[in-house]
Design a protein around this ligand. Structure first.
Ligand code: NAX
Length: 325
C-alpha cells in the first residue's frame, strides 16, 4: 500500500480547522488511495480543543487516517511535512492598526517558514489560508530559502468558487458549464474576479451576461465582499466554504487542472512585480502550477488588476520595513 502523506494543519482547533480535518481524513484532499498522517499545530490554550477534535477524528474510523499528532511546536509539526495548510493567523481586532496586524502575523509566519525550511519533505506544498493570506505566504516563504519559491501559495479559491456560483445563478446555468474563471490580485476587497476570460457556452462570460452595469456594480462587489456578508448573516466568518476551497486548491495542485485561481509567486507575468504572491489563472500538472500565459488584458481589467497588485506591493513594503521579510 502507498506510504502515508503527512498533512499539517495550523489553527487546527479553529472553525476552518474543524471543517477541514474531516475532509482531509476522509480522502477528499489527496484521493481515495492515499493514506494521511495528520499533524495539528495549535497554540497552548487551544491544544485541549484540538485533542477533542482528534477524538472525533478517531471516532470516524476513517480507513485512510494513519495517525494524528497534536503539538504546539512548529518544528515538530512541520518535520517531514508533505502538505502544509497554514490556517491559524492573528485576526484584526477592533482598533488594531495595519502595522500591528502585520507584525502579529509576522510572529506566526516567520517561525513557521523557518520550521518548514528546516524539516519539510522534498515535495512540500504550502497553502496559506490565514489572513492577510498573500502577505503571510510571502513572510513564510522568505524564511524558507531552501524550499523552492513555487511551493508557497495563498488561497483565492474561495473567491473563485464564489465567482462561479454568482455567475451560474445570474445566467441560470450549472457551474459545470463555466470554465476559465480567474481571480486576480489580493485575497481582499480589491481582488478582481474576471468575466472577460471566463467562458460559458463557447463565448466569454462578460458577453453571455451582456450587462456591464451588473458586472461592475453587482458581480464584482458581491464576490469581493462575500466574506463580510457571511459574517453579517451567520455571525461568524466563512468556515465550511473556506475549508472546501482549501481542499479544492490542494486537490487540483496535486492532481492537475486545466484552469483555476491560485495566489502564487509572480514571475513578472501580466506586469505583476516579480516575487509578490498574487492571484493568477493557473494550470496544474504533475504536482506543479504554471501561470496561464498570453491573455489579452483590456483597460477595464488592467485598472482593477493594477489596483489590487498595488495593495500587495504596499503590504510587501510594510512587512519589509518591519523587518519581517
Ligand atoms: P479561528 O479563530 O476559528 O481559528 C484560528 C485558530 O488558529 C485558533 O484555534 C487559534 O488558536 C489558532 N492559532 C493562532 N495562532 C496560531 C499559531 N501561531 N499556530 C497555530 N495555531 C494558531 O479562525 P478561522 O475562522 O478558522 O479562520 C482562520 C483564518 O482563515 C483567519 O485568518 C481568517 O481570516 C482566514 N480566512 C481566509 C480565507 C481565504 O479565503 N483565504 C477565507 C476564510 C477565512 O476568513
Amino acid at each position: 500500500s502507498k506510504a502515508a502523506v503527512k498533512v499539517t494543519v495550523t489553527g487546527a482547533a479553529g472553525q476552518i480547522g474543524y471543517a477541514l480535518l474531516f475532509r482531509i481524513a476522509s480522502g477528499q484532499l489527496l484521493g481515495p488511495d492515499t493514506p494521511v498522517r495528520l499533524s495539528l499545530l495549535e497554540i497552548p490554550p487551544a491544544l485541549k480543543a484540538a485533542e477533542g477534535t482528534a477524538m472525533e477524528l478517531d471516532d470516524c474510523a476513517f480507513p485512510l487516517l494513519a495517525g494524528i499528532d497534536i503539538t504546539d511546536d512548529a518544528k515538530r509539526a512541520f518535520d517531514g511535512v508533505n502538505v502544509a495548510l497554514l490556517v491559524g493567523a492573528r485576526p484584526r481586532t477592533k482598533g488594531m492598526e495595519r502595522g500591528d496586524l502585520l507584525e502579529a502575523n509576522g510572529g506566526i509566519f516567520k517561525p513557521q517558514g523557518e520550521a518548514i525550511n528546516a524539516g519539510a519533505a522534498e515535495d512540500v506544498k504550502v497553502l496559506v489560508v490565514g489572513n492577510p493570506a498573500n502577505t503571510n505566504a510571502l513572510i513564510a516563504r522568505s524564511h524558507a530559502p531552501d524550499v523552492p519559491a513555487d511551493r508557497f501559495t495563498a488561497m483565492t479559491r474561495l473567491d473563485h468558487n464564489r465567482a462561479l456560483s454568482q455567475l451560474a445563478a445570474k445566467l441560470g446555468v450549472s457551474v459545470t458549464e463555466i470554465s476559465q474563471m480567474t481571480i486576480w490580485g489580493n485575497h481582499s476587497a480589491t481582488q478582481y474576479p474576471d468575466l472577460f476570460h471566463a467562458q460559458v457556452g463557447g463565448r466569454s462570460a462578460a458577453e453571455a451576461v451582456g450587462d456591464d452595469a451588473w458586472l461592475r456594480d453587482t458581480f464584482i462587489p458581491t464576490v469581493a465582499k462575500r466574506g463580510a456578508a457571511i459574517i453579517e448573516s451567520r455571525g461568524a466568518s466563512s468556515a465550511a466554504s473556506a475549508a472546501n476551497a482549501a481542499v479544492d486548491h490542494v486537490h487540483d495542485w496535486v492532481h492537475g487542472t486545466e484552469w483555476t485561481s491560485m495566489a502564487v509567486a509572480s514571475d513578472g507575468s501580466y506586469g505583476v512585480p516579480e516575487g509578490i504572491i498574487s492571484s493568477f489563472p493557473v494550470r496544474c500538472a504533475d504536482g506543479r502550477w504554471e501561470i496561464v500565459q498570453g491573455l489579452d488584458i483590456d483597460e477595464f481589467s488592467r485598472e482593477r488588476i493594477d489596483a489590487s497588485v498595488a495593495e500587495l506591493v504596499e503590504e510587501r513594503d510594510a512587512v519589509r520595513s518591519l523587518g519581517l521579510i
